[in-house]
Design a protein around this ligand. Structure first.
Ligand SMILES: NC(=O)c1ccc[n+]([C@@H]2O[C@H](COP(=O)([O-])OP(=O)(O)OC[C@H]3O[C@@H](n4cnc5c(N)ncnc54)[C@H](O)[C@@H]3O)[C@@H](O)[C@H]2O)c1
Length: 426
């Protein structure tokens, strides 16, 4: 099949269209307790983790692998064969072949960010559930599109924020929600480290094993050089948003889970530019004003006790005390006394059997997981808006009901990018 087909053309030629319906593979199965038949799309650093994690689950069978880079595809198949010598997984360079199969229940997607939304949306349309990597989408419009199609096709989605499953995050949420530190009025988030500039590489011919046009997909066409592609693509605004966009979800998760910030009013971001070809912010600091809550994101740790020791973290300021945490540690300070835990606070949240098992359980029970799409979208949205504020170099006012900047045509243009025509598949 030509990779230039759009989704409509593809469906015309596919078995789905032969039957004249969008098939719902898991509904065609005899029993929801069957082993989940899963396909992994995007087989770089994180995609290989997906394969290892899901291969270790007893109720999952990996039936297909897909990457636009033949080397990555071959390498991951080798890894899978080492984990499971009996595997019959088939390999594809075009994910639409996976969506066309009606014997596949779910996909995971660990492509670069600019592909997340189209792949997930088309997976929903073809009746598949999705474990999708963070950040949820490339922009606000894509998140809206994903949610619309998830609901329309009654699918399950879980964001790949595996730190959500840790005991530490569960405990932080229980402590904050118990009211032990009182009403939280301010949260400080940070992640140290600069996005690199990546020098000034010259365009090259893409390797013959890589389908560069499809790697670019919905992003604008750009000449190939290795820095623009695997792993370091995250430092280019056409595909992602640098260190800030990379880490926002992981630490914002514990804030959205514990206090569900509502009523975002304004966003004011500032930052630096790199000295190289990569155009994501070298560093970015942002102030977010919600109803009754302020969130500050910084690249340097804030000047509060315990922050300097943590490369990433959240510092909750309540009217009775404070709590600082990172992925695996926390400490609570009330009336000048600092402790790791308050045993009297009951453990009210069920612990996770593992983030990937959570997804499998959600698929089988047809109940959305905690890191579901609606939740992930609300948590991710301020990240997109901060990037826009940084690009425009000014404070922006937000209407949370309309999900638009207030009377700001210039800023609203950044809410939704038109996909490159050839790759506008949904
Ligand atoms: N949850 C986490 O902690 C975590 C950690 C790392 C990365 N991630 C996320 O995972 C995603 C991938 O990151 P990475 O570091 O693995 O990047 P990577 O560059 O190592 O891997 C991306 C892979 O996707 C492939 N790809 C690109 N377009 C494709 C397409 N249309 N179809 C199939 N394959 C395609 C690439 O060829 C590459 O093999 C990113 O969105 C990133 O934010 C999450």
């Amino acid at each position: 099949m030509s990779v230039q087909l759009n989704r409509r053309d593809f469906l015309k030629k596919s078995t789905l269209a032969t039957f004249g319906v969008t098939l719902l593979p898991s509904l065609l199965k005899a029993s929801p307790s069957d082993r989940l038949r899963i396909a992994h799309i995007g087989l770089g650093g994180m995609g290989n983790n997906h394969v290892k994690w899901f291969a270790a689950l007893p109720d999952v069978e990996i039936v297909a692998l897909c990457d636009v880079d033949q080397d990555h595809l071959n390498g991951t198949l080798k890894t899978l064969k080492a984990l499971n010598p009996d595997t019959k997984a088939t390999t594809y360079s075009d994910f639409r072949h996976i969506l066309d199969r009606n014997d596949i229940d779910a996909i995971t997607c660990a492509t670069p960010d600019h592909w997340h939304a189209q792949i997930a949306t088309m997976a929903f349309q073809s009746g598949k559930d999705v474990y999708g990597e963070k950040p949820l989408s490339y922009d606000v419009g894509e998140g809206q599109m994903m949610l619309k199609h998830l609901n329309k096709h009654d699918r399950i989605f879980q964001l790949g924020t595996q730190i959500h499953a840790t005991d530490n995050y569960h405990r932080v949420v229980e402590i904050i929600q118990s009211g032990a530190i009182g009403k939280v009025h301010t949260v400080r988030l940070w992640k140290t480290g600069f996005s690199p500039g990546l020098g000034h590489p010259q365009p090259q011919t893409p390797p013959p094993t890589l389908n560069w046009d499809m790697w670019l997909g919905p992003a604008p066409y750009a000449d190939y050089f290795p820095e623009r592609c695997h792993v370091t693509y995250r430092h280019f605004l056409d595909y992602s948003g640098g260190v800030f966009a990379d880490f926002w979800c992981h630490i914002a998760d514990v804030v959205w889970w514990s206090i569900q910030p509502k009523g975002l009013k304004s966003i004011s971001a500032r930052g630096g530019k790199t000295d190289g070809v990569a155009d994501a912010p070298k560093w970015l600091d942002a102030d977010f004003e919600f109803d009754n809550l302020k969130i500050f994101w910084t690249t340097e740790p804030p000047n509060v006790p315990g922050a300097a020791d943590r490369g990433i973290g959240a510092y909750f300021e309540g009217d009775k005390g404070t709590l600082i945490c990172d992925y695996s540690t926390r400490s609570i300070t009330i009336n000048g006394e600092t402790v790791e835990d308050i045993p009297e606070i009951p453990r009210t949240l069920p612990r996770s059997p593992g983030h990937q098992q959570n997804f499998v359980d959600a698929v089988k029970s047809r109940k959305q997981p905690e890191s579901n799409l609606a939740y992930a979208r609300e948590m991710t949205l301020p990240m997109h808006l901060a990037l826009t504020s940084w690009r425009l170099g000014r404070k922006l006012n937000w209407n949370p009901k309309k999900e638009k900047f207030k009377k700001d045509k210039e800023a609203n243009q950044y809410l939704s990018r038109k996909p490159r025509k050839k790759w506008d598949l949904v």
